[in-house]
Design a protein around this ligand. Sequence first.
Ligand code: FAD
Length: 383
Amino acid sequence: MDLALTEDQKNFQKLAREFLDNEVVPHRAAWDRAESVDTAIIPKLGEIGFFGLTIPEEYGGIGGDYITYCLGMEELGRADSAVRGIVSVSMGLVGKSILSHGTEEQKREWLPGIATGKSLGCFGLTEPDNGSDPGHLKASATRQGDDYVINGAKVFITNGSWADVCLVFARTSGPGPKGVSAFLVPTDTPGFGRNEIHGKRGLRGQATSELSFDNVQVAESARLGAEGEGFKIAMHSLDKGRVSVGAGCVGIVQGCLEASVQYSQDRQQFDRPLASFQLIQDLIADMSVDADAARLLVCRAADLIERGEPFGTEASKAKYFASEAAVRAANNAIQIFGGYGYIDEYPVQKYMRDARVMTLYEGTSQIQKLLIGRAETGISAFL
Ligand code: FAD
């Protein structure tokens, strides 16, 4: 689908696709099997500018608008969602939170590394007992003189084993969302522990870890935003993160479509290409419509962000639709590939495994529906 892109946007899209087709696509199956990307790809992604999109040049980024950002995430999603997640979390969830809520000192300390891929961030919100309900998280940050002492556990943390800084959310006062604060914790601080989770169904090339905080002491200057603002910061970051996940899912749908068209034209059964069968075209048509619809929803949310307008509900709609569309498309693509779709010589089974988590993280599909339902009815079903 052709969007009315500027020359700069088209140039970045072309650069991104060429780079990823050469540097990521040929290796993705091996990284998937090895349960780790070759981490040498991370600074290379930084050189192309993936980590610096929408981060101002004065902080080491390449600037650019939100549509360019989404084009970059789409290309990453088409190439390898494990790689997309590394970028989205470090730059999107952590870097942009620092940009929006950080002091000048915090921006100067962390952004130049994050915006160039020389350092990585992780986003520590989910806990073993609190996933969809982070307002009741249990990790604590207790005042001790001018410092805070953090205790608790986090789980499923993308980049957790590789990150240089962890944006962690912990309770500084009473129960509920208003007692949560955010902290930037260097991962070499004594008491910070990490343990990689193995055996994931998808996104196997990225490190997903459990984190432990055992009397981790940080100065007051490590707090991001005011005391009690942590939940708001997390929700603001996740609203933007959902646009990024949505864009990555558009890439999955697009990748499934391209692979299915190519394969169905090449593969013959009954002396005819698969593409000539109406039932195969039915599957391809659904993917094509889903790719366009998901991309338009993502672009609408990105455009609202760019214009400084409220975008939360539109981000939920984009993430919900695009993630469910990615699962549908990957499932259809496997059907078109037949038995070959089930082995990892072809990309579609990886798209399926990677797509599945998109309906779970950064707010499950159920949570997105509750947010959309609340916006439509004015009644919160969370209480
Ligand atoms: P639960 O909250 O226990 O939900 C279980 C089910 O109940 C879901 O179907 C859910 O939709 C449903 N449910 C819950 N509440 C309601 C309700 N009110 N109404 C209807 N249905 C409901 N977290 C981070 O903080 N940082 C990361 O970097 C990160 N990366 C991740 C990477 C991976 C690969 C994975 C798998 C997870 C990651 N997560 C991360 C965690 C992720 O965000 C959570 O798994 C997600 O929010 C869901 O929480 P949960 O797993 O505890 O499920």
